[in-house]
Design a protein around this ligand. Sequence first.
Ligand code: CUK
Ligand code: CUA
Ligand code: CA
Length: 643
Amino acid sequence: MSDKKLDTPNETVGLGRRRFINTAALAGLTVGVAACNDKPAAAPAAAPAAPAPAPAPTAHAGANVHLKPGELDTYYGLWSGGHTGDMRVLGLPSGRELLRIPCFVPDALVGWGITNESKAVMGTKPDGHLRYTVGDTHHTHASYKDGNYDGRYAWINDKINSRIARIRLDYFVCDKITQLPNVQGFHGIFPDKRDPVDQAINYTTRVFCGGEFSIPLPNAGIEDSSKYRSLFSCVDAETMEVRWQVLIDGNCDLVATSFDGKLAATNQYNTEMGAKYEDMMSAERDACLFFNIARIEEAVKAGKFKTIGSSKVPVVDGTHEANKDPKTALTAYVSVPKNPHGVNASPDQKYFICAGKLSPTVTVIELAKVLDWFDGKSEKLDDAIVAEVEVGLGPLHTAFDGRGNAFTTLFLDSQVVKWNIDKAIAFHKGDKNAKYVVDRLDVHYQPGHINASQSETIAADGKYLAVGCKFSKDRFLPVGPLHAENEQLIDISGEKMVLLADHPVRGEPHDFIIFKRDLVKPKQVYDLDHHPLAIKDPKESGVFRSGKKVTVKLTSQAPAFSMREFKVKKGDEVTLILTNLDKIEDLTHGFAIPNYNVNFIVNPQETASVTFVADQPGVFWCYCTHFCHALHLEMRTRMIVEA
Ligand code: CUK
Ligand code: CUA
Ligand code: CA
């Protein structure tokens, strides 16, 4: 294959028993996707070995997704919102959407990007306007304790502006956003699965972040793309500060962490460091890049780092050149086939699975053997690869049932393949009778992310599997050129996968996690003490002037605001503080000011504030935007702006 031009023949290129996908085959995929119901054109050329299964039955006695009215779901799902820049919260198995948590993008319900509190989290320019109003969330993961979710936090990435947001799971709100320095295309994200083993290093949970696009470091407009590099970043879960970064060769994509806190890894599809896709897919193999976390932290402690540009974050050297000696290496580049996508940790804590994407294979990497290499106990890093087996075309992401089986999405085949990890290892070792493919299920269509209930935890329970299908084609009523994506729910409690439900969803969610409902204990009411400006008594209400700066203090209690009117002067800089003194859960009030671009809510016992210049004289009926009471429409106050 090495001497074969990738963009010439309209065929997949054979290499031993493996078949890789070339540029022309990818072009064929586009045709396949466009034609309703067609299988991708690339599929017949390199059909997977296992036979197609009988069509799955549509109903299953064991799992009913249609909950009766009033019945509660048994699982939470945290879904990336995609282009809407927020996090979605679902109940499962019903698939009902319960909440959208705004983080990267303004939201007119909550007043996200409008209140001073949310603007402080989002970040503003010196003129007080938001620095960013677009986002692109892909990956969401929650905090762990001892290998299972602990209900403290979730994190989500913004690929566009390389931001990581933290969600507090006690209130289901975003409370911090950090922008990674010198990173473009921040993609994969994964936290520690338990607090670090090395107690000498006083870290709490860390969140690891993969930088996908290589750029000049520092970014000073260099055209020669061979000089661009990517960084792998570590963020402290508590302070949300970037603790350190690793300079690498190639790029980062998805991220996985081991259950013992010793290793993190990212799959690399651009080890070629190409600037064009033809270059990015020119090599037969790329890598799954491992990070020796303890050594990196020792190097940082020992001062063996540099900084880049104006950033103060320590950057250690993880490039090939600097890491040839395993005994001191910070990184290890494990060779995996062509443009891999997705790296996932098996719940038995032993393996990382790297999916092939342009290779029809999955690679199983044994973590103990990677550690052996770092410890000098194993000479060949390749020995850590304990299986590299064919599963079908376009493998992207993998989930687990906790019973030794893995479920991998096959983007090109529009299937989920269930395969057994031990049998795949046996097959790789030479037992050609080991039937590692257990089942295949058609999904609709072109699946990307996949996740099972509790999948990447020690409590993987093998009940539900959700699949994010990138194309819905004919599954829903047509609504113009943009089709909903199709999130499908699958019962994986039996040997065979059973398709349970289709859910249309606005593009493009990418990743998600599913966990048992009793792992989080959300609070129902805020605490007045959470906000230093809380107005605890309606008698504290009023208009307080200091020159041109005016503070308006207001409380809400259904069906009235504490002041029925208030006066300011044209040109005043007004800060309005509103505390909701209602104490009952769900008794939320809204506050909108016509013509002033103000709309936000205050939940029970919550305080929020807005600042604006009263530049238009007149009468403005500030009204409650959240239905709270029979007199909700009457719940108003007058802002009088005197000329
Ligand atoms: S990437 Cu979207 S399907 Cu951003 Cu996780 Cu693989
Ligand atoms: Cu208060 Cu509606
Ligand atoms: Ca490549």
